[in-house]
Ligand binder design. Sequence first.
Ligand code: SF4
Length: 75
Amino acid sequence: MSSIPDRAWNLAKALTAFAADGCRTVPKTTYRIRLQTCASCPRREDNWCLECGCFLPVKAKGRTWQCPLGKWPTT
Ligand code: SF4
């Protein structure tokens, strides 16, 4: 898991990008595909991404938020 300062910085950047995008979320199908991709990823631990330190059920919803390893399909 990334350090707490890194996680805080990642969160600040993610929230800024989300707000700039009008807080738009992805369609339900995209959300499901994202979480299915995470389910088989070795960088997932429970509901957390070990790459970015994000909480996946929330991260997968934001349109501007992306997998740090580029594993999510682009929509
Ligand atoms: S966001 Fe990407 S790196 Fe993180 S758990 Fe999901 S697929 Fe893996």
